[in-house]
Design a protein around this ligand. Structure first.
Ligand code: HXC
Length: 267
């Protein structure tokens, strides 16, 4: 299925989804909002996809919610409604679907420029973030009188040291890619022409692993924040026991012994 605001390219088991409204720095309008939700559904439901790379066309990853639509009062999308209360489809997607537990599959944010507001929040909801040297990051909502409703106040303090996260959230200032790299907000800093190669190589590396094991690791990493240590240990032991029963868990050691590449089928 083709989208109007998102370019979707599947190569093998890796999808590259490109936010594609470069004239508006890939700001999320109503159309993109709905298409993003569909992209997440596809990622979750299509067994031929193992990993997704999310990037942006032009000089931005995403400049956040479409402020012009909002100003014109045309923006009936879930992003705007989120500002006046809970129950937004997209906020729920940001907070749970994008939370990487429900899609069950890793997403790599390949940040090619501005990642601001809802754009940064999309990147924060991904498993891995890499960026180009010209990228910048910020939560300007506070300067507009908005609340960063897509998860930044929840996620930034969990990803960054507290003082840095709060400076970002409360000043609304933009930080450059070098600073983001130093803080650990991104795991690789690359030149523009290297971005997709780097993101794709990480994606393919992950996609070559047993999908059920990848899923179980993510479930444990993201799904246990509120648990006690003994609960997490039990969940970890249970996951290990389940994964040990899969065909793929037999295939890995067999391939190692036979000195060949393992072929995993997610069973
Ligand atoms: C709509 C936007 C936009 C946005 C940029 N554009 N950001 N349109 N919504 N968020 C448009 C500009 O109006 C302009 O259109 C074109 O994109 C290029 O942008 P410029 O401003 O000319 O580029 P530049 O001077 O390089 O400045 C880049 C920028 C600036 C620093 C990123 O555009 C900016 O500050 N944008 C707003 C970023 C922001 O505040 N985002 C947070 C939104 S609130 P024209 O037609 O003039 O060429 C949010 C809430 C999320 O995200 C809630 C989640 C639930």
């Amino acid at each position: 299925m083709a989208y109007e605001t998102i370019d979707w390219q599947q190569n093998g088991s890796v999808v590259i989804a490109t936010l594609n409204r470069p004239e508006s720095l890939n700001a999320i309008n109503q159309k993109m909002d709905h298409e993003l939700i569909d992209v997440l559904d596809r990622l979750r439901n299509d067994n031929s996809i193992r990993v997704m790379v999310l990037t942006g066309a032009g000089r931005a990853f995403c400049a956040g919610d479409d402020i012009k639509e909002r100003d014109a009062g045309e923006n009936e999308n879930e992003l705007s409604r989120d500002l006046s209360g809970p129950g937004s489809v997209l906020t729920n997607n940001y907070l749970s679907l994008w939370n990487n537990v429900d899609t069950g599959k890793p997403i790599i944010a390949a940040v090619n420029g501005y990642a601001l507001g809802g754009g940064l929040e999309l990147a924060l909801a991904c498993d891995i973030r890499i960026a180009t040297t010209n990228a910048s990051f910020g939560t300007p909502e506070i300067t507009l009188g908005f609340f960063p409703g897509g998860g930044a106040p929840l996620r930034l303090p969990r990803i960054l040291p507290g003082s840095i996260a709060m400076e970002m959230l409360l000043t609304g200032d933009r930080f450059d890619a070098e600073t983001a790299y130093r803080w650990g907000l991104i795991s690789h800093l690359v030149e523009q022409d290297e971005l997709l190669d780097k993101a794709t190589s990480i994606a393919e590396r992950i996609a070559s692993h047993a999908p059920l094991a990848v899923r179980a690791v993510r479930e444990l990493a993201y799904g246990t924040n509120d648990m006690t240590l003994s609960q997490v240990q039990r969940m970890s032991a249970f996951s290990r026991w389940i994964i040990q029963q899969t065909d793929d868990a037999q295939e890995g050691p067999r391939a190692f012994v036979e000195k060949r590449q393992a072929e995993y089928h997610g069973r």
